[in-house]
Design a protein around this ligand. Sequence first.
Ligand code: ADP
Ligand code: MG
Length: 696
Amino acid sequence: MMLKLNDPVTKLSGVGPQLASKLERVHVRTVQDVLFHLPHRYEDKTTVSPIGALLPEMSSVVIGKIDLAQVVFGRRRSLLVKISDGTGSLTIRMFHFNRAQEKSFQRGLWVRAFGEARRGAKGLELIHPEYRVSADEPQGGLDTTLTPVYPTTDGVSQLLWRKLSDQVLSSAFTDLNELIDRRCLPPQMQQAYEAASLQQALATLHRPNADLNMAAMQQANSAAHQRLIMEELLAHHFSLRKTKDLRGRDRAPVLEPDQSVNQRFLANLSFSLTGAQQRVCKEVTEDLMTQTPTMRLVQGDVGSGKTVVAAMAMLQAASCHVQTVLMAPTELLAEQHFQTLSAWFNELGIEVGWLASKTPAKQKRDTIARLANGELLVAVGTHALIQEAVDYRLLGLVVIDEQHRFGVEQRLALRAKTPKGQVPHQLVMTATPIPRTLAMTFYADLDVSSIDELPPGRKAVETVVIPAQSRRDEVIQRVLAACQQGRQVYWVCPLIEESEALEAQAATDTAEELSDALKSLNVGLVHGRLKPKDKEQVMARFRAGELDLLVATTVIEVGVDVPNASLMVIENAERMGLAQLHQLRGRVGRGREQSFCILLYHTPLSQHARERLKTLRETNDGFVIAQKDLEIRGAGELLGTRQTGSISFKVADLIRDQHLLPSVEGSAKKLLKLTPQHVDALIERWVGSKENYVNA
Ligand code: ADP
Ligand code: MG
């Protein structure tokens, strides 16, 4: 059959409307989408491994004779089947099984199984492997290529993906054009292009020959991989640039600053702006004076003073009688901004509204009504600002603090909030700096400003790493000593991801323990389960210096600002990520005193945890930490759904392929010059319909 790339998937045999709608869920609509729907990993079923040669985390085919099969009742009922092949033995373990399966495993029969070996209590285990039981020793039946595993969705099996990709791979396309002129690429990349045509490269990724070993496929350094990765990186880069260009067609209100209001604002501050703050304020001011909607990321390390920059921008909007909101990811942080901004703005006769999901209904209705009729010019809050049925009279500026918690969906929701034809300016504040190469390539749609200077007199926080089991008492004594010198202390309890309730309980227990051990101190407690009013009351008392020690869960991760606090203890620091620890640590070191951070950990430490703690001990520099974070953790999280909500790659991996990033921008420039007519097709091919989502 002759297929064209633009044919709908229903052209493929076996694809009806029902399957087509399932494929739509993974953005596969056309034949081209199937061709570019690439495996995200491979399984090697081309050879049989001796059981004795298996290592944990290895996925292999094994063949063995059943020595024993039994149902055991441990914490969970499970079926255990012990098999051996003369080189060693392992256990197949199943938690879900029926009578027929249970009976099929008979001592003396043969099993061929494929799965990932895991370390069990008594040697290696395969949990729910693919398997087949036979009376005779299985022969042959091995695959001749590595088995591709495709990203998928409910109701579309791997077998089905293989059938679909078989069809497109066997079609001779006349319209599978090379969209990249290789002269625009760096020399080593040009070689990759000579070594494999687009069609060959795609075939290699879909059906790798067994002689391409798994390691090579995983590292993705074949010519086939390299050229596809480069194309994908370029396509995303172009897509973001296009988003930015499209934004140029939208209109936002032109906001002229009022110099006399600005001067009054600055005169009221208890400090003067740092050079970096002044520079960034100027960049933002100029953005807001244009009718192109601003989309600027303001990055600055914790404590660099982003709030005042946001406030100046909001003042610019309010001076023009245009509405502006500040959104923060947590209620605690939003409340603090509310207080800071109220203090600054009320002096200038500007009222600040407050809106969060837990705000009492009557007050909420009132605020919403006053936002709708334009009486309120400034509001601070959480997502409630966009989730509730709020209609703004004229929303001109949105400031989002600690942006890594906001996804694209929220940004889009915001756009929908504005009257037709008007798009608000957006300012996103983040303390997680984005390494330069990434920023140039993958934030091509944002303008970036950096507050790269801390307010004067700040001393770097001194960080120590201490095993909790043996030296907890010593740490408690240090807390006492700090408080006796008039300082205040945070004690951060472990992160328990699965359960806010358990986390709250752990914090409550710790607060009790510390109150008992430190009878002379006033101890406060905040956690996510407290009523907002109670939470705010505790925070207010801590800020006022009435509490010496604040026991908290990671709810205080972002933004909380109490300059007199000079010691922070973090329990189970080994469970937290680098960025999170850096954020937490940023709660101290805000005053003139030397501050300390004590990271308590429990052994044994994983390799990554050890590296994270070491990094924190060695540096306070947010940029260095972000780079390290990128290396240790992978770009997935940094850039993934949490941050952009849109970028997911088919073959590229921003960590593994970071050596390619520096050449993306330059190559893109050359391509734009030489073959601008191919750019849209390239985006369509690699980013496809997701682009609509970004541009929506
Ligand atoms: P972040 O960038 O982490 O959001 P904040 O805006 O909370 O930082 O500022 C941290 C602290 O530094 C606040 O107490 C703020 O008032 C203070 N601050 C901000 N700018 C300056 C400055 N130029 N000089 C002195 N202190 C400042
Ligand atoms: Mg902040």
